[in-house]
Ligand binder design. Structure first.
Ligand code: GLC
Length: 754
């Protein structure tokens, strides 16, 4: 374009901007106007610089607004379990605020273990209120990456191994958060299923596994949850980083699913300006630049979607179509959040949030084993309780990576047990072992002095001594939030418990058979001592109200109703990814640092793998005991043939045959007896959590429609339900099937994209 023409065009543009800016009718500020009209009006008032500034961070956790137009900046916050304490403008370290302590809600594995969407709604609403009160516009959570290996350091942030369960639990969480006018940000999209080599792993996976296992929770978040933002993951897929990935972002997310929100990068997940422009990224956060050392006034100007992008536009090397689309999405997000004058004001550390944290924790705890009904603890017989283990005292809300928190308080298991039982029994504590005495993350300290200079032998013999004299031993161990445990940016080295805990448990079990093991972890662990102990309780990371939740279950104040959201294998070799040698992947020998990780097990993940290989797990997916028992009566089926677009209704009577109130999760699995492509022997397709008084019967009703029978045919790139015979398996876990019914689907059907 020659100089005269450029001047003429610039003069026109400036005139339009000036006109727009001062035009009387400021549509974008008018709440009564449709959002998309407001978007177009705001867009038309913005300069190129202002548009590009919106696309990237201006600080560690914020991005620019348009000060001139009164469009606010966006403030993001970690994380999925609570609102992260304030950090410095341009750093990860603490800003030193004194008003930013929060409630730590239980980790999302615990939420998933409730199998109760109402708990997910309560969770989302509560954490959304805390984010709103702290004036945050985007909550960087929830995480829904599928549990492919028990070594993944971040499994504690996610919702287990089954796509249907994760999809059902993520939707209400998002709706709860967004009811506050705060955007949820479902993450990490997609295929971020372990932490080893997380920035350089290129996932190789077939479309069947992609669409049937790894995408459904994200799709539900978008199509049912209406999530306003989504975070790209660090890894690559089809050799493109997920933060700017044509397939995941443009083809699937924005194409097939019609996502109208904003794609944000993970922090430092952006690697290429052209790809960031054309492959669906909308906001770039946290990319490491050394702009400060290069003398640039602002490191953030060096972001891929910052000065480099602006330069390409200025030089006419790229148009503004993508820019306009990104800014339209960001403006739409503004009108949903920080420009929404009607959103509530939120609240922080309220009694309601503490109650919510406690309830979710109580309902997510899973009773794995309970021999001779040692639990609940009978206070008429128990006079001395020995509590042993570092996890009985160690704070777990500090550490683990970006989900680390600065909490108002965290009640430890030991303190919870003392509070609940201390007036009726003598409570004696011993460490048993020393794991990780440190207690600091990003400048947040636990202020616990866990240093112990005794020898391991001295520490163990002390524990054995108090175990000998106790009526019941409660061992509280498991993993923690240190690196190579349940922690971001590293994976575990093995399935076993660290710090020689297996030996400690075995020694304690030898001197007292009344031993209850409370395992605090976000992952399955090996339990070579499982036959030697009377009870095992899976207690997750329960957050602020940890001690109360554990004590409520151990005492019987709460009847446990949690169910495992993932399989607990006996050994790592029972897990598909490890049995096939496909973890953590193979380094390319092409001089790059790319690690190809081939998900060659395909759709056979978790219990799906166990079923086709006849592997008996330590504890199966969906397992969880109660202090009462439930009987499943004979199901009544509305028909034994289902026509196209018809439905079958199955009613199954469930009775509480015990003598205390209890809740049961009735699970429904589908088995396609004949299919043109391989299918798992069973797939979870529905569940209902019901509460029953003693002797009460409830008729649980399930409706089967063809979409619940479908599988993804990657040849046709469609979901199909093929005619033929199906079995419906109804049970209390993936291996505890109580009733089955059969029916025939009379016609093939293509399921409109679900
Ligand atoms: C981290 C995490 C992501 C988090 C972000 C901001 O690297 O992967 O989950 O929200 O950076 O802390």
């Amino acid at each position: 374009m020659n100089k005269m023409k450029r001047i003429f065009v610039s003069a026109i543009l400036i005139t339009v901007c000036v006109f727009k800016t001062f035009s009387l009718e400021q549509v974008y500020l008018d709440e009564t106007r449709p959002i998309d009209e407001r978007v177009e009006d705001a867009l038309s008032r913005m300069t190129i610089e202002e548009k590009v500034a919106m696309l990237h961070a201006q600080s560690k956790f914020s991005s620019a607004g348009v000060p001139r137009l009164g469009i606010p900046e966006f403030w993001t916050t970690d994380g999925p379990h609570g609102i992260r304490p304030e950090v410095l403008w341009d750093d990860w370290d603490q800003a030193g605020w004194t008003n930013d302590s929060c409630v730590a809600f239980p980790a999302l594995t615990c939420l998933a273990a409730t199998w109760n969407p109402d708990m997910a709604m309560l969770y989302g609403k509560s954490i959304g209120e805390e984010a709103r009160y702290r004036k945050k516009d985007i909550l960087l959570g929830p995480g829904v990456n599928i549990y492919r290996t028990p070594l993944n350091g971040r499994n504690f942030e996610y919702m287990g191994e089954d796509p249907y369960l994760a999809a059902k639990m993520v939707v209400p969480y998002i709706q709860g958060v967004q009811s506050n006018g705060v955007a949820a940000c479902v993450k990490h999209y997609a295929l971020n299923n372990h932490e080893a080599n997380r920035h350089t792993t290129n996932v190789v996976v077939d479309d069947r596994a992609l669409y049937e296992i790894y995408l459904p929770a994200f799709k539900a978040a978008v199509k049912e949850g209406g999530v306003w933002t989504i975070m790209g993951s660090y890894n690559l897929y089809k050799n493109q980083h997920a933060c700017h990935n044509q397939y995941l972002l443009n083809d699937i997310l924005k194409g097939e699913w019609g996502f109208d929100g904003v794609v944000v990068s993970d922090w430092g997940g952006t690697h290429d300006t052209y790809q960031a422009i054309t492959n669906g990224l909308d906001m770039e956060f946290g990319s490491w630049t050394n702009g400060l050392s290069n003398g640039a006034s602002n490191a953030y100007d060096n972001y891929y979607l910052a000065a480099p992008y602006q330069k390409l536009i200025r030089e006419g090397k790229i148009g503004t179509q993508e820019l306009e689309d990104k800014v339209r999405r960001i403006l739409r997000l503004a009108f949903r959040t920080n420009m929404n004058k009607n959103r509530p004001f939120g609240s922080l550390c309220s009694p309601e949030h503490i109650e919510a944290a406690s309830r979710i924790g109580e309902e997510g705890i899973v009773l794995l084993k309970n021999e001779n009904n040692i639990l609940p603890i009978n206070m008429n017989k128990i006079k001395r309780i020995a509590v042993i283990g570092e996890n009985a005292i160690k704070m777990m809300t500090v550490g683990g990576g970006s989900s680390s928190l600065k909490v108002k308080y965290e009640l430890s298991p030991l303190d919870g047990i003392k509070k609940r039982f201390g007036d009726k029994a003598e409570i004696v504590y011993a460490r048993g072992y020393v794991g990780d005495p440190s207690g600091e993350y990003n400048g947040v300290v636990t202020n616990q002095n866990l240093k112990d200079d005794r020898t391991n032998e001295e520490i163990l013999s002390e524990a054995v001594e108090i175990a000998k004299q106790a009526d019941v031993v409660i061992f509280v161990g498991g993993l923690n939030k240190s690196s190579y445990q349940d922690c971001e940016d590293s994976d575990r080295k093995g399935l076993g418990l660290p710090y020689n805990q297996d030996n400690v448990i075995s020694k304690l079990a030898k001197v007292n058979k009344n031993i209850v093991v409370v395992n605090i972890s976000g992952n399955a662990v090996a339990m070579p001592w499982v036959e030697d102990v009377a009870a095992v309780v899976q207690a997750w990371y329960l957050g602020t109200e940890c001690g109360n939740a554990i004590a409520s279950v151990l005492s019987g104040d709460v009847n446990p109703s949690g169910k495992l959201p993932m399989t607990f294998p006996v050994a790592l070799s029972d897990v598909a990814a490890h049995a096939k040698g496909e973890y953590p992947g193979k380094l390319r020998n092409d001089g790059t640092d790319i690690v190809d990780c081939n998900y060659s097990e395909g759709i056979f993940v978790g219990y799906r793998w166990n079923d086709i290989n006849r592997i008996t797990p330590l504890f199966p997916f969906g397992h969880g005991l109660s202090y009462t028992k439930f009987k499943y009566g004979k199901p009544v089926v509305s028909s034994n043939t289902m026509a196209l677009d018809d439905k079958i209704v199955i009613k199954v009577p469930v009775t509480n045959i015990g003598d205390c109130i209890g809740a049961e999760v009735v699970q429904l699995y589908i088995n396609d007896l004949k299919s043109s492509l391989p299918r798992p022997i069973k797939e979870l397709k529905d569940f209902k959590k019901i509460k029953l008084e003693p002797k009460q019967t409830i008729e649980v009703e399930f409706t089967i429609t063809s979409d619940k029978l479908a599988f993804f045919d990657d040849n046709k790139h469609e979901w199909v339900a093929e005619s033929g015979d199906f079995r419906v398996l109804i049970g209390s876990s993936a291996t505890d099937i109580r009733q089955t019914v059969r029916f025939k689907l009379s016609d093939d059907s293509i399921i409109a994209s679900k």
